[in-house]
Design a protein around this ligand. Structure first.
Ligand SMILES: NC(=O)c1ccc[n+]([C@@H]2O[C@H](COP(=O)([O-])OP(=O)(O)OC[C@H]3O[C@@H](n4cnc5c(N)ncnc54)[C@H](O)[C@@H]3O)[C@@H](O)[C@H]2O)c1
Length: 697
């Protein structure tokens, strides 16, 4: 038997332990070992029951994803589970850490489950564009009922041990030593002669729904709506429905087939790409392993506005005390009030306990006294986007912060190198660019200045992960990676309006592509006045948006923008007045309007962005193409199942993207549409962005 699985005896109980650090991924050798171990336990007459557990920090946390791109090998996880479930002796799974995916499915094949406090149990396959492929869709609803099972499978989110106990997913929570507790549980099962409970044979929690299948449709409807365009949620719902319709063996076979089909499909491939890209983004290419970040025991945030408040919440959520500094009591009170309101709202939605709200609020201190930052290990500036205000703030930080504090700026567009030079310690300065709402959005662009010290950069990255963000290193340029590419798209969306499209056509093309929202609906939501003010400051102009702002149409907050909004509604409705304004503007500028097909609109919006991405790569502003994908998926709503802009470009073929860009350059007369040198080179040599990222790694 391979060393990944070992079997020990404790009286009449066999303890089968898997040991494949770090997360006990269910790789092929482990599956072979498990089948063998259970065979031995079955054949040994002195063994009356089995405890299955895992060494290290977690029970099996899932499949070995690196096997996903290879042909499947038997025994499959399904085979292992069948072997366990068919055992004539009781099998108790002893869970700790994160029994996820295939790991939880193995546990579902056991006859009983006990868990240590703090265990998180889940079926996250949906997040990789998959469905559980080893019985999860058939066994979980039988064990905990359809509503809860559907939630777990369709959200992919794990549940804590206490909830698992309540729902019947685990039979007992073992406090103290898990092994001893699980053995004691198994002995009780034997002493009480409890029948073997095979989950596959249970029906008590499904009977009512089987009698009234309408209940199932009602439950499924919101999930299907949310998962629009995605294959996995639809497939998961179908598979769950089979629990009501098909014999279990037939359903299990079909579930496996669907799993393999999804796994080989484009959507799951793109989602795997993002999964690995996110991990890759954590690596800083030119760093040796011994660069370590500095300890951050206390943080400070300057400014309690839109961003500062959200940033502070991240620290409190992660248990790190944080001080917020404002200029006036009034601004401070307003900022702290919004934080409190946000926490109370999530508590009332059931996302957080009242104690937890109090605890987090207790970690946030507000002050108007800048001296308070002297205690902080990390200070994040989130004041007005004005270089003189930043100069004033960084001058103070330089004077007051402790010597080894990290000084970060949340600026969106200003030059981080110039900000660093406002201090006597430019090597301590780094950009930490959060996205709005900062307590929700996962992306964090970590801006590496020319003089940023390695351990300062490492601190921003590690603290970013600690507060639940996905940090990505970017270099200094106007707008860094995300906003620089977004700007290209904004210019193009305005142009499309002048050439013949309407806001709803442009937005429709992008939502059809998979974005949650198009640029005009998004502008209306954020407030059109913000970018108007910025354009005015830079002497720039956007024909349509500027006219709307001049009419006081700032978007949702004024009830009108690119769209019109009914009182109290956030639903954008096309506005004939806007259409007239657009048509008149085209005429005034001498542009002949024409019909633009969806496909052309989508390409006109996305390909110039991809082109800018190629320039960003060539300039070294991003470390790798997959970092750009992570930025767009986590910060700008690019559909994960399309893998991000650069992966998407690879999927459709770089020669096609190049040729279309050349055509756009000709048609619009904009030389920026000419294919970037890197893009042209890759397209010409048959290479692609993924391949060069791999070569560089
Ligand atoms: N709003 C966004 O979507 C967004 C996204 C990413 C980054 N940013 C950047 O974050 C920064 C803050 O933006 P915001 O939207 O939160 O602005 P905001 O106007 O909502 O908040 C700025 C806050 O800073 C306070 N402030 C100003 N000068 C100060 C000083 N000297 N000391 C202490 N506090 C001071 C103001 O009173 C105000 O409450 C800007 O650099 C902006 O570019 C904004």
């Amino acid at each position: 038997m391979p060393d990944l699985v070992n079997i020990a005896r404790d009286g009449a109980i066999a303890v089968i332990t898997v040991d494949n650090p770090p997360v006990n991924a269910l790789k092929h050798d482990m599956r072979v070992g498990l089948i063998e171990a259970f065979r031995q336990a079955q054949e040994e007459p002195a063994i009356e029951a089995v405890v299955m557990m895992a060494a290290g920090r977690t029970f099996i946390a899932g499949a070995d994803i690196t096997e996903f791109d290879k042909p499947p090998r038997t025994p499959t996880t399904g085979d292992v589970i069948e072997a366990i479930e068919a055992m004539p002796k009781p099998v108790v799974a002893a869970l700790h850490g994160t029994p996820l995916g295939g790991g939880l499915e193995v546990a579902l094949g056991c006859h009983f489950r006990v868990a240590a406090p703090g265990t998180k149990l889940g079926l996250p396959e949906i997040k990789l564009g998959l469905i559980p492929g080893a019985g999860g869709t058939q066994r979980l609803p039988r064990l905990i009922g359809m509503p809860k099972a559907m939630d777990m499978i369709l959200s992919g989110n794990p549940i804590p041990a206490e909830q698992a106990l309540e729902s019947g997913l685990v039979d007992e929570i073992v406090r103290g030593d898990l092994r001893a507790g699980a053995i004691a549980f198994a002995q009780r099962v034997l002493a009480e002669k409890r029948p073997l409970r095979k989950v596959r044979g249970r029906d008590d929690k499904l009977a009512a729904m089987r009698a009234d299948p309408k209940q199932f449709d009602e439950l499924a409807a919101p999930h299907l709506k949310r998962g629009r365009g995605l294959k996995a949620p639809k497939a998961a719902i179908e598979a769950l429905r089979w629990t009501l319709q098909l014999p279990v063996d037939e359903a299990l076979r079909r579930e496996r087939d669907v799993f393999i089909e999804l796994r080989n499909g484009e959507q799951a491939k793109a989602q795997r790409h993002i999964f690995f890209a996110e991990r890759e983004a954590a690596k800083i290419a030119d760093f040796s392993k011994d660069v370590k970040g500095r300890e951050v025991a206390r943080a400070a945030v300057i400014g309690a506005g839109t961003m500062g408040g959200g940033i502070a919440m991240n620290f409190a959520n992660a248990g790190i005390p944080v001080t917020i500094v404002e200029t006036s009591d009034e601004a401070l009170k307003r900022g702290l009030g919004i934080i409190e309101k946000n926490y109370r709202a999530s508590a009332s939605r059931g996302g957080m306990s009242a104690e937890s709200v109090e605890h987090r609020l207790g970690l946030i201190t507000g002050t108007t006294d800048m001296d308070a930052i002297a205690e902080a290990d990390l200070i994040i500036e989130a004041v007005f986007e004005d270089i003189e205000v930043k100069r004033d703030v960084f001058g103070k930080l330089d004077r007051l912060a402790k010597r080894d504090a990290v000084l970060a700026t949340n600026t969106s567009y200003l030059d981080v190198n110039a900000i660093a030079e406002m201090t006597q310690r430019p090597s301590s300065v780094v950009g930490m660019h959060f996205f709005s709402p900062a307590n929700v959005m996962k992306l964090l662009e970590v801006v590496r200045g020319a003089k940023t010290a390695p351990d300062v950069l490492a601190t921003a990255m590690s603290v970013g992960r600690k507060i639940g963000k996905v940090p990505v290193v970017v270099g200094v340029c106007h707008g860094f990676v995300g906003n620089r590419m977004l700007r290209v798209r904004s210019v193009e969306s305005e142009r499309l309006l002048l050439e013949g499209a309407l806001p709803q056509d442009v937005d429709g093309a992008l939502t059809e592509f998979g974005f949650p929202m198009g640029p005009f609906a998004m502008g209306d939501l954020a407030g059109l006045d913000i970018s108007w003010r910025m354009r005015k400051a830079q002497g720039a102009r956007a024909e349509i948006a500027d006219q709307l702002c001049e009419q006081g149409r700032f978007g949702q907050k004024t009830g009108r923008g690119f769209y019109i909004y009914e009182q109290g509604s956030r639903t954008p409705m096309p506005d004939p007045e806007v259409e007239q304004l657009i048509v008149a503007t085209s005429r005034r500028l001498g542009i002949a309007r024409r019909v633009l097909e969806r496909k052309e609109i989508t390409e006109r919006l996305l390909f110039p962005m991809i082109n800018e991405g190629a320039r960003i790569l060539e300039e070294g502003i991003a470390q790798r193409a997959s970092d750009i994908d992570v930025i767009w998926v986590y910060g700008y709503g690019f559909p994960a199942w399309r893998g991000g802009p650069m992966f998407y470009a690879d999927t459709i073929g770089l020669p096609y993207v190049r040729d279309r860009l050349s055509a756009f350059a000709r048609e619009t007369g904009d030389p920026k549409h000419e294919p970037a040198p890197l893009l042209a080179r890759l397209a010409g040599s048959g290479d692609n962005f993924s391949a060069i990222s791999k070569k560089a790694a």
